[in-house]
Design a protein around this ligand. Structure first.
Ligand SMILES: [Zn+2]
Length: 135
């Protein structure tokens, strides 16, 4: 890691929540995405992120782990990933059989979520890539 990169990354490690809020407010990839819960930084979380579903005795939440702070791309990936878990669960609770089948098998749910995130970010990159073939 170069010194410059290290310094540049310093702010987000000093104040992760401010950086997360900034990305959510400004990144074009999230412009049309309404998040179920505002992602909160959790210094104790070992995973990249965690989607905790609402239960009658406790509201749900989205937690962001330190591992996601490594880059904007990684953070976006995690935010969208956890949001998809929330949406899938909501559809399953609304008795969507397809969604229910996916959430019934954690391995299948994870594979599905990862595929959708991949597709979403690839589409975003295309939309915001510079146009190379203008004549
Ligand atoms: Zn997941």
């Amino acid at each position: 890691m170069t010194r410059r990169r290290h310094l540049k990354g310093g702010g987000r490690y000093r104040n992760p929540q401010a950086w997360i809020d900034h990305i959510i407010a400004t990144d074009p990839a999230l412009r049309n995405v309404r998040l179920t819960y505002p992602p909160r930084y959790s210094g104790r979380l070992k995973d990249y992120g965690q989607a905790r579903l609402a239960i009658p005795t406790r509201p749900g939440y989205t937690a962001i782990g330190r591992a996601s702070l490594i880059s904007r791309r990684e953070l976006l990936d995690t935010i969208i990933h956890e949001e998809l878990h929330h949406r899938l669960e909501r559809r399953a609770q609304a008795r969507s059989l397809r969604a229910w089948r996916k959430t019934a098998d954690p391995v299948q749910e994870e594979a599905y979520v990862e595929f959708i995130v991949y597709r979403f970010l690839r589409f975003q990159n295309k939309q915001h890539a510079p146009r190379r073939h203008t004549h």
